[in-house]
Design a protein around this ligand. Structure first.
Ligand SMILES: [Zn+2]
Length: 506
């Protein structure tokens, strides 16, 4: 049985691997030898639910972690306060470990602090800490190891950042990205070194920095982005970051030529939808959602108008970073969230359906509708769901008559599991290029205000490249839940693990 080397890269995009192919000799060679696999992310394609599905082979309704990173969230600790028991001991490396395989696990996403395995597990805290003394911008993240003495044994040091804590405005983007690249190289050096000095059957290393790089820099390098500023000093930084990862992948593969190597991502990356669809306004016009405003109380309507004007002003003058900074101040954070999500002017006493914020207050194509059962007034829940699905399925661009809904269904048609109620009652995806918006008393079609701030967004197509296996996959399409069973299959580990996926070789 061959050893398995798994390199996980958050947000590595299959289309960009093609676009940059000439600059990525190692990815390109790997693509040429790999069977062509189409890997689809989960819904919603966000990093936490996606990696937990990769780690456990379970769909999000079974592991229940559908938290998302939220750029407007000042209370990071709440988001990061994830119950490790949901997946500790239930990952592919645990199952491999339990069956006697030697594992080396490096920085798996969200899996902190590390736990006991048959081998080594090193992981990093999600939150950055300001350092006492020195520059106020210096931060670092806590690292934990199993066994505890591995840190000393292998000289594992924390990476000290000096610009990540700075104002995230445009003038710091280059320095932040270069520092992100240093973080990847630092992590790779450590992994390469340990991969040579200890015995392993399964080696798993994760790189997370590419996601943030693409979120922040997308519009500087994509001529099709409506906010592309023209030739600029930031335009090649995404490509440069792919080149850094290409070198890292190349070094791992040349150091370990006789193993089965898998390089994969949790989702792809592309332009965040620049155009929004006001789902709440659509629901309001059809009598499913009610505004607090009426003839005797015009304030909510006026506030909505004012909000649009403020957001327009901010967007046109590229003051988004300023708004983000304001929103990170504790006192103002809930107020600014309301600016984006607009629940303040919705009358929740009467509303029966409204746009969910389960995937964060951002204009993604994927979204959901929450139904307020206590306001149904005799209408059946399923009857209402059917009606909403039917009406929303026919939502059209008012000018062109173009259909805006890619697909829409009941949550139970998406996944099944004990945590399905974490999902909104109805789930949907808009057509490419359109994202959701929460505002009411607005035109149906609008501008994505936070585009300047995070012009890159997650895409559902992910990367799965494999080399060094003599076995032929029996399928070309796979999901994230198929990764764990595939790895265990490659390692020859058998058992009843209750996966939602299956090995691509089975
Ligand atoms: Zn991700």
């Amino acid at each position: 049985m061959k050893k398995v080397l798994l390199i996980g890269i958050d947000s590595l995009d299959p289309k960009l691997l093609l676009k940059f192919a000439a600059d990525l000799p190692n990815f390109t060679r790997l693509r040429q030898v790999s069977p062509e696999m189409k890997l689809k992310s989960i819904f919603p394609p966000d990093s936490i639910p996606a990696w937990i599905s990769i780690h456990t082979g379970l769909n999000p309704a079974r592991h229940g972690l559908i938290y998302v990173f939220d750029i407007f969230e000042s209370q990071w600790q709440d988001i990061l306060n994830i119950d490790l028991d949901v997946f500790r001991g239930r990952t592919f490396w645990d199952y491999a470990s339990n069956s006697g395989k030697k594992v080396c696990v490096f920085f798996p996403f969200v899996a902190f602090p590390p736990w006991q395995v048959n081998g080594i597990m090193i992981s990093q805290a999600m939150s950055e800490r300001r350092l006492d003394g020195g520059s106020p911008w210096q931060t670092e993240r806590e690292i934990g190891t199993y066994p505890a003495d591995a840190a000393a044994q292998f000289g594992i040091s924390r990476f000290r950042r000096s610009v990540s804590g700075k104002h995230p405005g445009e003038r710091n983007l280059k320095a932040r990205t270069e520092e992100d690249q240093q973080v990847m190289l630092h992590r790779a050096r450590l992994g390469l070194e340990i991969s040579q000095s200890v015995e392993w059957d399964l080696f798993f290393i994760f790189f997370g920095s590419l996601d943030g790089i693409q979120h922040a820099l997308w519009r500087y390098g994509d001529h099709n982005d409506p906010t592309y500023p023209g030739p600029n000093p930031l335009q090649d930084l995404i490509r440069e970051s792919y080149k850094v990862l290409d070198r890292i992948v190349g070094e791992f593969m040349s150091l370990h030529p006789d193993v089965t190597t898998i390089v994969m991502s949790d989702h792809g990356h592309g332009m965040r939808p620049p155009v929004t669809v006001s789902i709440n306004e659509f629901l309001r016009q059809r009598g499913f959602l009610f505004s607090k405003g009426h003839r005797l109380n015009p304030l909510p309507r006026a506030m909505e108008g004012l909000k649009r004007q403020v957001l327009d002003f901010v967007h046109q003058r590229e003051l988004d970073y300023w708004l983000l900074k304001v929103s990170k101040m504790k006192l103002l954070s809930s107020a600014s969230k309301d600016v984006y999500m607009s629940t303040a002017s919705i009358d929740m006493e009467r509303t029966v359906a409204y746009l969910s914020s389960f995937a964060g207050p951002k204009s993604y194509s994927h979204g959901g509708i929450e139904i307020k059962r206590e306001n149904l007034n005799g209408i059946g829940y399923e009857e209402l769901r059917d009606r909403l699905i039917e009406e929303l399925a026919n939502i059209e661009e008012p000018q062109t008559g173009e259909e805006l809904m890619e697909w829409i269904c009941r949550r139970e048609e998406l996944y099944s599991g004990p945590h399905i109620s974490h999902f909104p009652d109805i789930v949907f995806e808009l057509k490419e290029g359109y994202g959701v918006y929460w505002g009411i008393h607005t035109p149906l079609i609008g501008t994505a205000y936070e585009h300047n701030l995070a012009s890159g967004g997650h895409k559902k197509d992910a990367v799965f490249l494999i080399s060094g296996s003599s076995r032929e996959p029996t399928t070309q399409e796979m999901g994230l839940m198929d990764v764990s069973p595939t790895i265990l299959d490659l390692l020859g580990v058998e058992g009843e693990f209750g996966f939602d996926g299956a090995s691509i070789f089975a």
